[in-house]
Design a protein around this ligand. Structure first.
Ligand SMILES: Nc1ncnc2c1ncn2[C@@H]1O[C@H](COP(=O)(O)OP(=O)(O)OP(=O)(O)O)[C@@H](O)[C@H]1O
Ligand SMILES: O=C(O)[C@H](O)COP(=O)(O)O
Length: 396
């Protein structure tokens, strides 16, 4: 059974809270988006209000990446967002970090340094090995309890996710609780259940499509974005070399795997009927019969939108991951805008994926959805009907 914050005796307790505030970083090195920080405000505020002494654990970026940074700016922004003081500590489990936790007053918090500054946090462990890492061995004695609110990282076998629950009484935070309520109960959501798989993660999306079709979770899968182009190629549509190159850049096996899936479930998989390309600097829509084109297919066309919208408006549950086109470019945002608008008219609408959430924010559609997941890879894994290692670790 997973214990919730209601089960935690917070007053005076030193509580380690794993959050996911991994965010886009701007050219000036500051935070370019604070959506993931906002998501955790409820959990952090509640624990501070209830008198806990909160030690926040989080990662930012991946070693070597441009967004691999310290968490000073995150702490400053959290301090503004949360109605309790939040300090920053430039180490994660050193004696200084432990002293800072010991010195916390009830109702205050400290954000410890990027966990991925330590190599253990960028490796995959079994739960038994994770419990013996330096991070867990050094930090657990300074804590009375552990809360995992980092749904979006809970598919990672990292010590801050799977190590602490074996050493400390552990609880799910409010973000985790909301995500599990919705994504953990997909099989009980209203039917028909329509999955829309777009975006650029072609292999992941084909895996999700296979899994939900084989498990009977999906009544139909609508494909769009680069994923849709991979299915069109697999179906023998000659899109043109530019579109094929974009698909192959993402995955060498996509077209074959999409073809295998079409062999098994052709009647449940929908593909674009038209696409939008760039011609003379303008958006130009082409029916499949008018292809191939020298330009790459950047969006789905109006006929596809109309067909998909009709299916989505009648859906019991619409589950969407990945934009329908290159939404960052105004000329190619229409497919995503219209498709996502139609999905909000389904009985229940659920969206996963960081890029998808920022597409919705850009298009002003965020509020229309019943659930916008904080997770990218984690949400995709849950949508297949699987659980996450971090969730299993809490279930004791
Ligand atoms: N037809 C297309 N051609 C090229 N790029 C496309 C096309 N359709 C969508 N994209 C791109 O796909 C990207 C988003 O795909 P991705 O699969 O990463 O989304 P996501 O699942 O919401 O994100 P994440 O899981 O990383 O948080 C966008 O940058 C968008 O421009
Ligand atoms: O952005 C995410 O999906 C999570 O923060 C996990 O990050 P990762 O993919 O670098 O492990």
């Amino acid at each position: 059974m997973i214990r919730l914050l209601d089960d935690l005796d917070a007053e005076g307790a030193a509580v380690g809270v794993r959050v996911d505030i991994n965010s886009p970083i701007g050219e000036d090195g500051g935070l370019a988006d604070d959506a993931r920080l906002l998501a955790h405000v409820d959990t952090i505020s509640e624990l501070c209000r209830r008198g806990a002494r909160v030690a926040l654990l989080a990662h930012q970026g991946r070693p070597g990446g441009e967004d691999f940074t310290e968490l000073r700016a995150h702490a400053k922004r959290l301090d503004e967002l949360v109605d309790a003081p939040i300090e920053y500590c430039d180490s994660t489990f050193s004696s200084d970090a432990r002293a800072r936790i010991d010195a916390l007053d009830s109702g205050t918090a400290v954000l410890l340094e990027n966990t991925r500054f330590y190599s253990e946090e960028y490796m995959s462990f079994t739960p038994d090995d994770a419990v013996n890492t330096y991070l867990v061995c050094r930090l657990a004695p300074a804590l009375d309890a552990y809360v995992n609110d980092a749904f979006a990282t809970s598919h990672r076998r990292q010590p801050s996710i799977i190590g602490f629950p074996q050493r400390l009484p552990s609880f799910a935070g409010r973000v985790m609780e909301r995500e599990l309520d919705v994504l953990g109960n997909i099989a009980r959501s209203p039917e028909p259940r329509i999955y829309v798989l777009g975006g650029a993660k072609v292999d992941d999306s084909i895996d999700v499509a296979r899994s939900v079709l084989e498990r009977g979770l999906a009544d139909a899968v609508l494909t769009a974005g680069i994923v849709g182009n991979a299915f069109l190629l697999a179906d023998g549509v000659s899109l043109g070399a530019a579109s094929a190159a974009v698909v192959n850049e993402r995955s060498h096996d996509a077209v074959k795997n999409a073809g295998d899936l079409l062999d098994d479930f052709s009647h449940r998989i929908y593909m674009p009927r038209d696409v939008a390309i760039e011609r003379d600097g303008e958006r130009c829509e082409l029916d499949l019969e008018e292809l191939p084109s020298d330009s790459s297919a950047m969006d789905i066309g109006a006929r596809t939108v109309a067909t998909y919208a009709e299916i989505l408006e009648d859906a019991g549950t619409a589950i969407l991951n990945g934009p329908a086109g290159v939404f960052e470019d105004d000329r190619f945002e229409t497919g995503t805008l219209e498709l996502y608008k139609a999905a909000t008219r389904a009985e229940t609408s659920i969206v996963g994926g960081g890029d998808t959430a920022s597409a919705l924010r850009k298009l002003g559609l965020l509020d229309g959805f019943d659930h916008v997941s904080t997770g990218g890879g984690a949400a995709l894994q849950m949508l297949t009907g699987d659980t996450l290692v971090g969730v299993e670790a809490l279930d004791r």
